[in-house]
Design a protein around this ligand. Structure first.
Ligand SMILES: Cc1cc2nc3c(=O)[nH]c(=O)nc-3n(C[C@H](O)[C@H](O)[C@H](O)COP(=O)(O)OP(=O)(O)OC[C@H]3O[C@@H](n4cnc5c(N)ncnc54)[C@H](O)[C@@H]3O)c2cc1C
Length: 445
């Protein structure tokens, strides 16, 4: 039986990153994966969804170009080629991950892992053991048990990215980040989207001031949004709700995810609801078993899983890493415009604060690009200018936010951002002017 320093179960963005980090620090590492490397993120999550969104962004850019005088004939969508492009990119990324694993001398076991309390791991006919184990088994789509659902045919995000034809119509159940991104990825290609979201509004976990912009854009894209109702039952291709009966050709559930905790069934681990309970060091109730990523609380995001993987490895090695600051974890919605946020929303701030917001309408680069929907918003502590939270809404917001985050993480304040010299013309220079506005000294206001 082979013995490892660290064994990691699950090779998603949590597990494979943890494995590489541990190997680069001289540890003997086993990584076990039952399916494809890269986990949900690379195969049925972040990567395929963002590739589809890039296609839809390009169609929107072509449409903008037409209105500027760059005239193109009818845009035709060759959906199988778009999907082929998606598969090629994913394959390239997975091959890269495999190379990193080989180059770092990580022992990769292919198969379903089971685990006993005394840290014995079984994969098929093989048994291995390790001084420390990191559980990184991720999550799967959740479909609520609606009445009559057995009569419906539907996709989840686990099956949707295998589509062969562009759907003429798609009804999406849900109103969170994934549901909204899926709507934005297909509507510009020509799919007629209906979104059924039983709660009052979409994107309820995101910046409230971003929501009207996204709703407005959804309207422009012809996405029908139905909110604030109760589901009654599903009957074949019809959905009965308290607001009316809706028919669909294709149906996608984007109604959240549930952790893959089957791995913990022979362990006496403590749970917090459905999630595995961990302390601030990501240790479960069994000291040599750690859990990271979608299995534990915090943001269910790929970069959060990776950061936790690196933290757990550093902690195991006794490096006393700095605790992960949830307020420094960026949250991104890749709609058009994008929404990128970190730290506190206004409603969460408990100290005296200043909210400063500047719309992009006056930004020269945003005007040139025809992308003026959006704003830069800073929430700073009154007096010190400490950055408590930030939100950028706009084209490229997910890249722009990093400038504010870098300032915050290196101890900078609103003053540091106000003093920074941004290149002109860029949309990012709006960050500098918004920071100046914190002190009432914005130039373009
Ligand atoms: C449509 C969609 C879009 C998303 N977009 C983004 C985005 O843009 N940005 C972002 O940050 N996040 C995004 N996410 C979320 C992101 O995909 C997850 O937060 C992330 O994948 C979690 O990483 P993880 O390593 O915890 O788990 P996973 O990626 O789920 O990986 C877990 C791995 O463990 C394996 N496994 C499970 N059980 C066992 C076992 N017993 N033995 C062996 N292997 C096992 C699984 O096969 C899987 O490969 C998106 C998710 C979806 C569904």
């Amino acid at each position: 039986m082979e013995k490892f320093d660290i064994a990691i179960i699950g090779a998603g963005p949590g597990g494979y990153v943890a494995a590489i980090h541990a190997a680069k620090n001289g540890k003997k590492v086993a990584l076990i994966e039952r399916d494809k490397l890269g986990g949900a993120c690379y195969n049925v999550g972040c990567i395929p969804s963002k590739i589809l969104l890039e296609h839809s962004k390009l169609v929107q850019a072509i449409n903008r170009g037409n209105s500027w005088g760059i005239e193109t004939d009818n845009v035709k969508i060759n959906f199988p080629r778009l999907m082929q492009r998606k598969d090629t990119i994913i394959q390239e990324l997975l091959t890269n991950i495999e190379h990193y694993i080989i180059n770092n001398h990580i022992t990769l076991y292919r198969g379903e892992a089971t685990l006993t309390k005394d840290l014995l791991i079984t994969v098929g006919n093989e048994t291995l053991t390790a001084s420390d184990i990191i559980l990184a088994t991720g999550s799967k789509p959740y479909v609520p048990p609606f009445e009559g659902l057995e009569s419906a045919t539907y996709f989840t995000t686990d099956t949707f990215f295998n589509l062969k034809e562009l759907p003429a119509q798609l009804t999406i159940i849900g109103g969170g980040v994934i549901a909204v991104e899926m709507a934005f990825s297909l509507a510009p290609l020509g799919t007629k989207i209906t979104m059924l979201n039983h709660s009052e509004d979409i994107l309820q976990t995101e910046e409230p001031e971003a929501r009207p912009l996204i709703r407005e854009k959804m309207k422009k894209l012809g996405i029908e949004l139905i909110t604030d109702f109760q589901f009654e039952k599903f009957e074949g291709h019809t959905i009965h709700t308290t607001k009316g009966i809706y028919t669909y050709e294709n149906l996608l559930f984007a109604t959240g995810r549930r952790p893959n905790t089957e791995i913990a069934q022979h362990l006496e681990l403590t749970f917090e609801g459905r999630l595995i309970a961990v302390n601030e060091h990501l240790q479960t109730s069994q000291p040599h078993i750690y859990a990271i990523g979608d299995l534990v609380g915090g943001y269910q995001l790929a970069h959060s899983a990776s950061a936790e993987g690196i933290y757990a490895v550093d902690y195991i090695m006794g490096n006393q890493p700095a605790l992960i600051d949830q307020a420094s974890i960026p949250r991104c919605v890749y709609t058009h415009p994008e929404i990128a946020t970190f730290g506190l929303l206004e409603e969460q701030v408990k100290v005296p604060y200043t909210m400063t917001k500047m719309p992009l309408q006056t930004n020269p680069k945003a005007l040139m690009e025809g992308n003026t929907e959006g704003f830069v918003k800073l929430i700073t502590k009154e007096g010190s200018g400490q950055i408590l939270g930030a939100c950028v809404v706009g084209d490229g917001a997910t890249e722009m936010l990093n400038a504010i985050l870098a300032a915050k993480n290196s101890g900078g304040t609103a003053l540091s951002l106000a003093q920074m010299i941004f290149p002109h013309p860029t949309v990012s220079e709006h960050i500098g002017d918004t920071a100046k506005a914190v002190f009432g000294k914005a130039i373009h206001q």
